[in-house]
Design a protein around this ligand. Structure first.
Ligand code: SAH
Length: 556
């Protein structure tokens, strides 16, 4: 009895043996023939233990490769047709089926066919770059051998417009050098020049080479036949030389700092997803402010037209239209990310010493927070605002316009001054303001409050803050190491008395600098002080009362 033939179509992954599937290895070992492009056959040769005939052909002989494979399988042989990556992604799988279909093959009557999946370049290259794929992505081959260039260009544009992460396969060869240049030009119409781009050559092979660059500079690097180009979406960012695309779009940001992803527990709440489809109406709950603004503009235009029909000639109208099309406004590229609202988080207060709000300030607050935002009164002498917006600058401008002091929120330095007896004890104020100016809002390993009080009464409780500064008799007393919260809270230690006014800002700056550079992430100042025993020459004394009290973290 003749053995029944079989056709395996095998994707062997990026090229090293660790990233090939077990089923792919089984198929290769079970086959009488292995058919593939020379370079690929060489890559997997060492995996074949039995006496297998190998038919390797040139790059361009794909059709004859598929025909030969079908012929051998129909003659009763087991045949593996190999592709790099996944055989179903610009590989041999489709071609094998086309040849079979031409011969009238069906599953019921023809030779058995098994397509074995492999790790495609988008995945292998993605893994070497960090986590660039993560969100909706697509692959586009820039090879116009079998596809008209204008269709490829259209796809690049559509993907750019729709904010897909894009993996460009076959980006460039000896003869096809213009395609990648044109693709970059199209992408730059929709994405910022500093969009992260990864170039991975020969992933998981001997000559592997990885470059992280950006959309503007990507062509300054070597891109060839063995390169996959991965273009980030509007949210992709770089961290420690890795390309990372967050899972979602909603991001928080605060003053002076980069955008931060929502913390895992903040996701999936309704208020964090203002753009989701409403399950009752089938429409998006909230439109982006850009979309709303556009609609308002249109409505206004329609209304203007209704009220006063234009009394202009068609020539004038045509000239006007031309003017609009060529105006600077329209020329500025509208990057995709401008369409998304992100949560802008910041804290406001009337001033360092000033504790009084004006009616104008309250009205401005209400206006900028609007229906969608929140404002929260906090223990830090600040009101924290959370406002979904695509234009944070207009918010900060309005708030600063009415004299608010703005600060970022999170693990930053906050200065909590007293009201200096309603402005009567003014001597300390300039120093408080200088410290605020110099250090306020600075990113730190953990939140840190400086309490600054204008006299020895210290009625705003400076000694219970991370750093306490008390102005007394023209000089300053310094307290360090308070544990401001918790059931084991305690005040700080008086580490110095009578610091000269000329020195105080520098002393505080140096303490902060040391803490920022040396503390562990999340290590509050009192813990750092206890651990290192000395900050800037101020020595730690173990004065905290020794009581055994069970720790009770937040919520317990
Ligand atoms: N079937 C393959 C793709 C074949 S098209 C797959 O699924 O990965 C050939 C293109 O794939 C190359 O031009 C390159 O862009 C990409 N490619 C394949 N293997 C690669 C590797 N190991 N490293 C980087 N790019 C690779």
């Amino acid at each position: 009895m003749t053995q029944q033939g079989k056709l395996y179509v095998v994707g062997f992954g990026p090229g090293d043996f660790k990233h090939i599937t077990t089923r792919a290895v089984e198929a290769l070992q079970d086959s009488d023939f292995i058919i593939g492009y020379k370079t690929y056959v060489e890559l997997i040769q060492d995996l074949i233990t039995n006496e297998t005939s190998v038919i390797s052909t040139g790059m361009t002989e794909e059709v004859s490769r598929a025909q030969e494979a079908v012929r051998q399988a129909e003659a009763g042989k087991k045949v593996a047709v190999i592709s790099s990556g996944d055989a179903g992604v610009y590989g041999m799988a489709g071609l094998v089926y086309e040849v079979l279909i031409e011969k009238g093959w069906t599953e019921a009557n023809g030779v058995p066919v098994e397509i074995i999946p492999g790790i495609s370049a988008i995945n292998s290259c993605g893994s070497l770059l960090g986590a660039p794929i993560m969100h909706d992505s697509c692959t586009i081959s820039l090879s116009d051998h079998l596809t008209p260039w204008n269709l490829i260009a259209k796809r690049v544009e559509a993907a750019a417009m729709a904010d897909f992460v894009i993996a460009l396969y076959n980006p460039r060869s000896g003869r096809r050098t213009r395609q990648i240049v044109e693709a970059q030009r199209i992408l730059l119409q929709y994405r910022s020049p500093d969009t992260p781009v990864g170039l991975v050559k020969s992933a998981y092979r001997e000559r592997q080479h990885i470059i992280i660059t950006n959309l503007e500079e990507m062509l300054e690097h070597d891109i060839g036949m063995l390169t996959t180009v991965i273009i980030g979406n509007s949210s992709t960012f770089l961290y420690d030389n890795k390309m990372i695309t967050p899972r979602g779009y909603q991001r928080k940001y605060t003053l002076n700092t980069d955008k931060q992803a929502l913390k895992p527990h903040q996701r999936l709440r309704e208020e964090a997803e203002p753009w989701a489809m409403d399950q009752n109406t089938g429409v998006q709950r909230l439109e982006s402010s850009v979309a709303v603004a556009d609609r308002v503009k249109n409505v206004q235009q329609v209304e203007t037209i209704k009220q006063e029909p234009p009394k202009v000639s068609s020539y004038e109208m045509a000239m006007k239209a031309l003017e609009r099309v060529s105006s600077e406004d329209l020329k500025t590229t509208q990057y995709v990310h401008q369409d998304f609202e992100e949560i802008f988080e910041l804290a406001v207060s009337p001033g360092v010493a000033n504790k009084k709000f004006t009616p104008e300030q309250m009205m401005t607050l209400a206006m900028v927070v609007g229906e969608k935002g929140t404002m929260e009164y906090t223990p830090n002498h600040q009101i924290v605002l959370k406002i979904p917006t695509s234009n944070p600058n207009s918010i900060t401008k309005k708030l600063q316009g009415v004299g608010f002091l703005l600060s970022p929120v999170g693990d930053v330095l906050t200065l909590k001054a007293c009201d200096f007896c309603d402005g009567e004890k003014t001597a300390g104020i300039p120093y408080a303001e200088e410290i605020q100016e110099k250090l306020g809002g600075m990113d730190l390993p953990k939140e840190l409050q400086i309490g600054f009080n204008g006299c020895g009464m210290a009625c705003y409780k400076a000694v219970t803050e991370d750093i306490g500064i008390i102005h007394r008799k023209g000089k300053f007393d310094l307290f360090l190491g308070a544990k401001p919260v918790g059931r084991t809270a305690h005040p700080g230690q008086a580490v110095a008395e009578g610091i000269e006014p000329d020195d105080i800002v520098e002393v505080i700056t140096n303490i902060i600098k040391e803490y920022k550079e040396n503390a562990h992430p999340n290590e509050r100042l009192f813990k750092y002080f206890k651990r290192v025993k000395q900050i800037q020459g101020f020595v730690y004394k173990d004065i905290a009362p020794k009581i055994n009290i069970e720790p009770a973290p937040c919520g317990d």
